[in-house]
Design a protein around this ligand. Structure first.
Ligand code: NDP
Length: 453
């Protein structure tokens, strides 16, 4: 049977673009890609990239305050001009989107600016009315924010909307305790917005190392975020002064805006998957095997739509592994083990490997943990304390996990992750000479375990 394409990719985000490009340029496949919105997906258009630009922007307010302690007599930086910044940020996203499109075109991928739906195991139909067949179909449609429904939920915004605001609110309530809620609480706080954050559980950043979570929560509060734990919204009403929020703990208050960051859902609605036999999980995610293949042999899925590890670099690896498996005849399982990540709070949390809690359930461990004032912030008379932590197997001496709370912890954990991925032992860390004076030298100078478990 002949097909219009060897590969039809649905979704122009990190995973889909990488797979489409590699299949066309390296495997010589005839590839098409359909994207209904903007090329680049969540990461480039409404996620990692604009978020990180906002992180940079928001850090200047603290840096300006510190400058005085370092002898600068005039460290005022004036007010933050959101519209000027937004214009520049939008231009940067346009530039990146154009690069994504150019690279796809250069690789020979045919781009359709349309929504695609599955008709059967080898056929897609586009919103433009065209129908195409393909030997293989890759679904890489990502996810979208989830907001629970309650009285007034239609008055809330999500992180998608923050990037498009005409002006910054004077005050905001952020609901949620995950990556997005914590990052935006810090960003907006740094930009001068009065931020309140509600999290329904006992501590933010569930799933991360407990000690690190507590440390981040303390420092985020110290830097000005009004964090309420064990608190949830009951109802929101529009009033003259803004949005009046009734909550479970009586901290009822009026805010200019309420942002929900209560998780993300896979984008599998109205995709025609019921025509194919592709199986979905409880959250609506596409169920795939270790090679990203769905229950239908011709259909694969990568990235957030599969709800495995929802991070851009993971989606990219999944896309590349799919091309190896299907187009190079080299079956390749994407490696989901020891994936490092960073939460871009202020300070940041960088993490790789097991938490203390998970590791001690698995085997006897030693914990090396240090908190200290870093030279720069100490001199600036800030109360900030850095946290560095290693979890070590008592039996094998292998470092099972590393957790860092510090400015630029995202950069630090990337490097620690290489050693840990290579199976470094505590003794390997110990025989590595420190780089002085740095914060991370602590990782190679912690000699005595803080505790064993
Ligand atoms: P997360 O799953 O990280 O966090 C969701 C938060 O919302 C949790 O605190 C959860 O609470 C809370 N929540 C869920 N449902 C409700 C509800 N009905 N009412 C109140 N609170 C609720 O999701 P995010 O949206 O923050 O991020 C999505 C994913 O995107 C992340 O998991 C990550 O994979 C990725 N991401 C990565 C980033 C990075 O690498 N720096 C940055 C941003 C996103 P509870 O803990 O009690 O369940």
């Amino acid at each position: 049977m002949s097909f219009d394409y060897d590969l039809f990719v649905i979704g122009g985000g990190s995973g889909g673009v990488r797979a489409g490009r590699l299949a066309a340029s390296e495997a010589g496949a005839k590839v098409a890609l359909a994207e209904e919105y903007r090329m680049g997906g969540t990461c480039v258009i409404r996620g990692c990239v604009p978020k990180k630009l906002m992180v940079f922007a928001s850090a200047y307010s603290g840096a300006a305050q510190d400058a005085k302690a370092f002898g600068w007599t005039d460290s005022t930086i004036g007010a933050f001009d959101w519209s000027k910044f937004r214009g520049k940020m939008d231009a940067e996203l346009d530039r990146l989107e154009a690069i994504y499109r150019a690279n796809l075109a250069k690789a020979g991928v045919e781009i359709y600016n349309a929504r695609a739906e599955m008709v059967d195991a080898h056929t897609v139909k586009l919103s433009s009315g065209e129908t195409f067949t393909a030997k293989h179909i890759l679904i890489a449609v990502g996810g979208r924010p989830f907001t629970p429904e309650f009285e007034g939920s239609e008055l809330t915004i999500t992180s998608n909307d923050v990037f498009k605001l005409d002006s910054l609110p004077k005050s905001i309530l952020i609901v949620g305790g995950g990556f997005i809620a914590c990052e935006f609480a810090c960003i907006l706080n740094g930009l001068g917005v009065k931020v309140t954050q509600f999290y329904r559980g006992a501590q933010i950043l569930r799933g991360f190392d407990d000690e690190a979570r507590g440390h981040v929560a303390d420092l985020v509060r110290e830097r000005g975020v009004n964090l309420h734990l064990g608190t949830d919204v009951m109802q929101i009403d529009k009033v003259d002064d803004g949005l009046f929020v009734k909550c479970t703990t009586g901290h009822d208050h009026c805010y200019d805006a309420v942002m929900y960051a209560t998780g993300r859902m896979p984008n599998t609605d109205d995709l025609g998957l019921e025509n194919t036999g592709v199986k979905l999980g409880r959250k609506g995610q596409i169920i795939v095997d270790d090679y990203s293949q769905t229950a239908v042999p011709s259909i694969y899925a990568v990235g957030d739509v599969t709800d495995r590890i929802n991070l851009t670099p993971v989606a990219i690896r999944e896309g590349a592994a799919f091309v190896d498996t299907v187009f190079h005849g080299k079956p390749h399982k994407p490696d989901h083990d020891l994936v490092a990540s960073a939460v871009f709070t202020q300070p940041e949390l960088g993490t790789v490997g097991m938490t203390e809690e998970a590791a001690r359930d698995q085997e006897p461990i030693e914990v090396y943990s240090a908190t200290f004032r870093a030279m720069q912030t100490g001199f600036a008379e800030r109360e900030d304390r850095v946290m560095m932590k290693l979890i070590v197997s008592q039996a094998t001496r292998v470092v099972l996990g590393c957790h860092i709370v510090a400015d630029n912890a995202g950069e630090m954990i990337q490097l620690a992750a290489i050693a840990i991925k290579m199976g470094a032992t505590k003794e390997d860390f110990d025989r590595t000479v420190a780089v002085h004076p740095t914060m991370t030298e602590e990782l190679v100078t912690m000699k005595v375990p803080t505790r064993t478990a």
